[in-house]
Write a protein that binds this ligand. Structure first.
Ligand SMILES: Nc1ncnc2c1ncn2[C@@H]1O[C@H](COP(=O)(O)OP(=O)(O)OP(=O)(O)O)[C@@H](O)[C@H]1O
Ligand SMILES: [Mg+2]
Length: 392
């Protein structure tokens, strides 16, 4: 019987357990030797409330005892005008254990970390630290997490489009059952050309793609070598040990000589539409059958003439949620948060005056272009927290 081609409508919804299994806290203990140095910090209700709140008020990284209002945990505004409305309350008093753990981890990991929650890094918010995700203090971490729609997705939409059928025990996992952790990885200057995403079906690799969507001639030359390294890594470490037969994993192979190569695990992602198939489409992956005789996984690279190769110049994730001017300001180079926020205020005030019909395509998606009052009374950056109502 001829097999019928699957369409995207045939995509099976993942189980909630699968989403949990792909979360960092679920697999990190088992695979910690395969990834770079990292710390996992379980998150308390106080910290999760802080992340979920609108507005961004950051802890005082260098508390000045002179400004402290007795022992109440409330800091007075630095101005002398006696206006009580301007009181600044250091939010870290509500999650001091987490705050201390974050500070300790940053020190232990050499002073620079890359943050993420169970599934997502705040890649869409990098503009706010001058186009980097490198955090050198706890406030950097909180600023990124609170500004990111991807992180909001982890917090509020992790079980969207999942099966809510009961498991063997007759129970249905609920969002409240998710145990959140903050992952802090030691900062590494990643070479994007040697990052790969691999899709697994029935515990077999069906396809591999480069992650960075640019053309790199040396990848074509090294294709067989990379493929062999990835397959060996998979067979040895993941094939029989991961909780589910279908998933996607990301690897990083910074050395290209076989003798010197080490494959690092970067992430494990759900076999679900929320995982970006990059150079493939999900329909293609759905139609791959690793169980037919002679099946060979495809390793796909961006070619010199592929349209993706001409995307240079566009900031990644720039269209996600922000007005173009804000993204441009962030991409302009490292700036202090204070400088950036004052620049942002100018932009927002400009937007208020501008004819909104002139908004660019990027503006249309923005959930922040009416964001006002960006700097709170303590000089901290303060923005409306993004909401996510769609898959990232
Ligand atoms: N320790 C690190 N230091 C610096 N950059 C890193 C580090 N770890 C990862 N990165 C960079 O961040 C990118 C995204 O990381 P990661 O895959 O963990 O995020 P993610 O939110 O799960 O992404 P996706 O949505 O694509 O699955 C990586 O491709 C890599 O370039
Ligand atoms: Mg991922």
């Amino acid at each position: 019987m001829a097999s019928t081609k699957k369409t995207i409508n045939d995509f099976p919804k993942p189980s909630r357990q699968h989403i949990i299994n792909c979360g960092y806290p679920a697999w990190y203990p088992q695979y910690r030797k395969l990834i770079g140095r990292a710390r996992l910090i379980p998150l308390t209700p106080g910290f999760l409330d802080y992340l979920r709140e609108d507005g961004i008020v950051l802890p005082d990284e260098n508390p000045n005892p002179g400004n402290r209002d007795d022992d109440s945990g409330v800091f007075s505004n630095a101005t002398d005008d006696g206006d009580d409305d301007d009181e600044y309350e250091d939010p870290s008093y509500r999650f001091s254990d987490v705050h201390e753990a974050v500070r300790a981890a940053i020190t232990e990991l050499g002073g620079g970390v890359y943050p993420k929650l169970n599934w997502s890094a705040p890649k869409d918010a990098s503009f706010i630290l001058g186009n980097t995700l490198r955090c050198s203090c706890a406030s950097d971490v909180y600023l990124l997490l609170k500004s990111s729609s991807f992180v909001t997705h982890d917090l509020e939409h992790a079980f969207d489009d999942t099966l809510d059928t009961p498991d063997e025990k007759g129970e249905v996992l609920q969002p409240a059952d998710i145990e959140y952790s903050l992952v802090l990885r030691k900062w590494v200057e990643v070479i994007p050309s040697v990052e790969f995403r691999c899709f697994v079906k029935d515990r077999k690799i069906v396809c591999i793609t480069q992650r960075d969507m640019n053309y790199y001639p040396f990848l074509t030359e090294g294709k067989d070598e990379f493929m062999a390294l990835i397959r060996e890594f998979f067979e040895r470490h993941l094939k029989t040990t991961f909780a589910d037969p279908n998933f996607a994993f990301d690897v990083y192979i910074p050395k290209t000589l076989v003798t010197d190569a080490r494959v690092w695990l970067v992430d494990i992602n759900p076999y679900a539409m929320r995982t970006d198939p990059l150079t493939f489409s999900w329909t293609e992956i759905l139609n791959m059958d690793p169980n037919i005789e002679g099946f060979r996984p495809e390793f796909r690279l961006i070619g010199r003439d592929d349209p993706e190769n001409y995307n240079f110049g566009s900031s990644q994730y720039s269209a996600h949620k922000l007005p173009k001017d804000v993204v441009d300001a962030g991409a302009a180079g490292p700036q202090s948060i204070a400088e950036f926020s004052s620049r942002w205020r100018e932009i927002v005030e400009g937007l208020e005056d501008a004819d909104l019909d002139d908004s660019s395509e990027e503006d249309e998606d923005s959930e922040r272009d009416d964001g006002k009052d960006l700097v709170d009374t303590a000089g901290k950056v303060k923005v409306e927290k993004p909401t996510v109502d769609e898959e990232k």
